[in-house]
Design a protein around this ligand. Structure first.
Ligand code: ZN
Length: 123
């Protein structure tokens, strides 16, 4: 497929994904987390459309390692901003941060419990 045809096909796909995401975001039944995730997706889709329109040569490069995102991935997810490897690394890092936050909260709770116990024994 020629580059221009590919970009045109990607733009069509992005526009249909944009409509679908915008339709979902208006639905009252849509839960808040889906709403948020679709909001992020819309931002990525709009950015991808803008990139194709304004700087087509920049479309399809990973935002982290700057290597080309494999075409297979772009066909599956035209608004992908990262290669699979970087995407997975970021997801692991988010999980690590969540685990760290959880550990910090439980440590803070233990301190609170110890403090309450100390106050209780003093009274
Ligand atoms: Zn990458």
């Amino acid at each position: 497929m020629a580059k221009a045809d590919f970009l045109e096909a990607q733009k069509l796909k992005l526009n249909s994904r944009l409509q679908e995401a915008e339709r979902l975001i208006r639905s009252e039944a849509t839960v808040e987390s889906l709403r948020q995730s679709k909001t992020l997706q819309i931002r990525r889709i709009k950015t991808a459309i803008q990139t194709i329109e304004k700087t087509p040569r920049a479309y399809g490069y990973c935002a982290r390692c700057e290597e080309p995102v494999p075409r297979k991935r772009l066909i599956a997810i035209p608004e992908a901003t990262h290669c699979l490897e970087c995407q997975e690394r970021m997801e692991v890092s988010i999980k690590d941060r969540l685990n760290f936050a959880e550990a910090a909260v439980s440590a803070a709770l233990s301190i609170e419990v110890l403090e309450e116990a100390r106050v209780a024994t003093e009274c």
